[in-house]
Design a protein around this ligand. Structure first.
Ligand code: MSP
Length: 528
């Protein structure tokens, strides 16, 4: 039975599709996980725009808390100067990666972020959901959170492999327990869609195990780097409470109500699997308490592994995205993570995989097909390809049959594109299976290679000029289609293909193509 698709973003106001990444901690320079999340979100944003939806895309940096304060001290810098520097690294990286975010929110921004974060706090107070309590617990600075004794393994935090600190303080507590039932219902009914299903099940089990109230502030004396609690100078907001509110402050909450009302609720928060509970439990509970609408969905991606292992400084296997971007270009990086890392699972990143995928799909695949086709169009037709009867030169497929291999005439190229390639691509993209959408595009590239091998236009030109022109026309149509379909992933390559092959691919009647000579190969082969 076909599962019913969650309809994310359906809104009677027909408002822009509002999507966010998580906001990265500014305790260190960005790594490949941050680059991956930004690219994933950007591909989704660009794809939505390509389908005619208006989009608002927010990203930013999470700049408060003990972890950052300690790091700044180690570097001998003020916390503010330190986060300014690191936040800039993120902006530069996202710029290089062609991330098309509409705004960038920083939690140390006293004008854009603090008023909304404090307003939200006051709403929680008004709902009676914040109370003070003496507390003794285990605090993991890596997680920036208290962890319970039962979550420790051999006395260590599982995620960070470190012993937590024992903290005894009087803190404000948030009545998370009050919202357990309603959150469970909203997630089960997909009113708050958690994707993929396995993450939905994981969070439901977490809720069913019982939710405890959580500490929502830290004494100013022990963590002086944060958003001050309104009307209580002795406390700072807990860093996650402050950070999560970026999703509303970034679109005007507390300073531009018109913008806020036109964009909230978010259609999608894109996050990694380690911060699921913050986004699918803590955050919606805060919104319920403040009587604000809940986000429509949380898309949870897996982790990038380095040669099968979790990245860590001690293993020396941390992947620096800049290295790849500087050497092979941002588009090659975007392509690799989109095609080879399944968004809902962990995916392995190695230099060899990167090179193999690049050479196979881009240099020998798409790039080679483009240069061969353009060269033939130039040589035989001065770069102007006029269709005669392109449907009469179909794909020919080899089929295995019990009596031996059999060749059958397949469908016309444009028919295959419209009836097979594009619908499959759309289905995959709508389900955020970007790697599968790209697999489908590169099947077309392979089929077009096979098409040339089959009709041999370089020989056919001697006997049938019109048929040769139709063969080339079909390949150019395929290449332009590939260009269109890769646009969310490789916007510059897509624009380049459109520039090299001009012609209307949307008209009902086939129209002519003009091609420009290539100055250099689209993707130079990586030799290593
Ligand atoms: N500051 C918090 C998020 C607050 S959102 C209100 C945080 N920051 S982080 O810098 O540690 O992580 C930022 C994002 O990067 C998270 O979604 C996290 O899951 C993701 N990744 C961190 N390491 C990763 C990989 N190795 N692979 C893919 N994504 C990973 O958490």
């Amino acid at each position: 039975m076909k599962k019913e698709k969650p309809s994310i973003g359906a809104d009677s106001r027909n408002k822009p599709f509002y999507l966010t990444t998580s906001i990265a901690y500014t305790n260190a320079k960005p790594h490949v996980g941050h680059a991956y999340e930004a690219v994933l979100a950007d591909i989704i944003a660009r794809d939505k725009r390509a389908t005619g939806q208006e989009v608002f895309f927010l990203t930013g940096t999470d700049e408060h808390g003990s972890k950052i304060l300690r790091k700044a001290k180690e570097e001998g810098m003020s916390a503010q100067a330190f986060v300014n520097q690191i936040s800039e690294f993120f902006k530069v990286l996202y710029g290089k990666l062609l991330i098309s975010n509409d705004d960038f929110i920083r939690t140390s921004d006293k004008e854009k972020h603090w008023p909304g974060a404090q307003k939200l706090w006051e709403k929680l107070v008004a709902s009676g959901d914040l109370y003070k309590k003496n507390y003794k617990g285990f605090y993991c600075v890596g997680c920036e959170g208290f962890i319970t004794e039962k979550e420790l393994v051999n006395g260590l935090c599982v995620l960070h492999g470190k012993a937590p600190e024992v903290v005894e303080e009087e803190n404000y507590f948030f009545r998370l327990s009050k919202y357990a039932k309603i959150l469970e219902e909203k997630i089960l009914s997909n009113e708050l869609t958690v994707l993929p299903e396995v993450r939905k099940n994981e969070i439901i089990s977490f809720i069913q195990e019982g939710l405890e109230d959580i500490s929502f502030s830290r004494p100013e004396a022990s963590v002086p780097w944060g958003v001050p609690v309104p009307n209580d100078k002795t406390h700072m907001m807990y860093v996650w409470c402050d950070a999560l509110s970026n999703y509303i402050t970034g679109v005007g909450y507390g300073r531009n109500e018109e913008q806020f009302n036109s964009l909230w609720p978010a259609d999608m928060h894109i996050i990694g699997k380690d911060i699921l509970r913050f986004h699918a439990v803590f955050w919606p509970a805060m919104l319920l308490s403040a009587e604000l609408p809940l986000p429509k969905s949380v898309l949870v991606h897996g982790f990038i592994l380095s040669d099968g292992k979790k990245m860590s400084k001690s293993l020396g296997n941390v992947i620096d995205p800049e290295e790849y971007i500087n050497e092979y270009g941002a588009e090659a990086f975007r392509f690799f993570v989109a095609k080879e890392i399944p968004p809902f699972e962990d995916g392995d990143f190695t230099k060899q995989k990167f090179i193999d995928s690049y050479n196979g799909n881009l240099a020998n695949g798409l790039g080679n097909l483009l240069s061969r086709t353009v060269a033939m169009a130039e040589k035989y037709f001065d770069g102007n390809i006029t269709p005669h009867s392109p449907e009469s030169v179909p794909f020919v497929k080899k089929l295995k049959s019990p009596t031996g291999d059999q060749e059958i005439e397949g469908y016309g190229v444009s028919y295959t594109i419209e009836q097979e390639i594009i619908p499959k691509y759309r289905e995959c993209m709508d389900e955020y299976r970007i790697h599968h959408a790209l697999d489908n595009v590169f099947v077309l590239v392979k089929e077009l290679d096979g098409y040339i091998a089959n009709y041999e236009p370089f020989k056919l030109i001697k006997t049938d000029k019109d048929k040769t022109e139709d063969v080339l026309w079909n390949v150019l149509l395929g290449l332009r289609t590939v260009g269109e379909l890769i646009r969310p992933v490789m916007p510059e390559t897509s624009a380049l293909i459109e520039d090299i092959i001009t012609g209307d691919i949307k008209s009902a009647e086939p129209s002519s193509f003009s091609v420009k000579p290539l100055e250099k190969p689209l993707f130079a082969r990586i030799t290593s």
